[in-house]
Write a protein that binds this ligand. Structure first.
Ligand code: NI
Length: 262
């Protein structure tokens, strides 16, 4: 039986309000066995935990996105600390740096990133990293804060082979999203061929970045199969084989245990 893990979703986004049952049914039908609902601020993290509590195939990640770093306080950190102890929370994220939009000042983003890496180490939780146009600073901070102790994943990877190798050396996995299916994807296939098969994962990042042939429509976890099929094609292996590999990789990255399967 083919089973995919969608390692990055925002089913906590309000666009899915009232439709979750149908989305979960389509997910099951497509062979997507589990999905991580990722927080980007405190409210969305709480919602992620609540969704994971209510639905067996859903798990949660809690953290504050660099866009929202300006609102990060002591209270936020204390609440995240509590949420990290919930049984179906499998990661701290998404966290990192985004110099493309600069919704929060860069110095604030860096400080909040550092604090959340420390929090992940305290709770022994892997990190889900969002990095855009901030590669050098992100890698420097991960190194300085000893993020390799917990590892995690670079989500929606779009960087170079060199960046991928630095991430791998820091004990991180590389997760591939919908852009790999776009006709103009050039660098990504080369990067995928350089990543060891035991360090690759797939995701939708829904509701964004819908893969071909649904590009332009709203994304959802069932569509991770299109991402997986394209990555398998690039690697020259069967989709079933990639599903099995990436499932096992997610098991290792997120320390999925029998306790968390319950
Ligand atoms: Ni995301």
């Amino acid at each position: 039986m083919i089973r995919w893990t969608d390692t990055h979703t925002h089913l906590n986004d309000e666009v899915y309000e009232g439709e979750l049952e149908q989305i979960l049914a389509r997910m099951e039908q497509a062979g997507v066995g589990r999905a991580i609902v990722v927080g980007y601020d405190l409210a969305s993290a709480q919602k992620a935990v609540e969704l994971a509590r209510l639905h067996a195939p859903l798990y949660a990640a809690v953290g504050v996105h660099p866009h929202e770093a300006k609102d990060y306080t002591e209270e936020t950190e204390a609440e995240l600390g509590k949420l990290l102890q919930e049984p179906k929370v499998v990661a701290l994220g998404e966290v990192g740096l985004d110099y493309h939009y600069d919704h929060s000042p860069r110095g604030v983003q860096q400080e909040v990133f550092r604090r959340q890496i420390r929090l992940a180490r305290v709770h022994k939780m892997p990190l889900i990293i969002h990095e855009r146009e901030a590669t050098k600073d992100a890698l420097d901070i991960l190194r300085e804060e000893h993020a390799e102790e917990v590892g995690g994943v670079f989500h929606c990877f779009s960087g170079s082979v060199e960046t991928a190798k630095e991430a791998l050396a820091l004990n991180f996995y590389i997760s591939i999203a919908g852009p790999v299916t776009f006709a103009n994807a050039r660098r990504l296939p080369q990067v995928i061929l350089e990543i060891p098969a035991d360090r690759l994962m797939v995701e939708t990042d829904c509701p964004y970045l819908t893969p071909h042939p649904y590009r332009g429509k709203r994304n959802e976890p069932a569509f991770v199969t299109y991402v997986g099929a394209e990555v398998a094609r690039i690697l020259g292996i069967a989709p079933e084989e990639l599903a099995r590999l990436t499932w096992e990789n997610a098991d290792r990255c997120f320390r999925w245990t029998p306790r968390r399967e319950s």
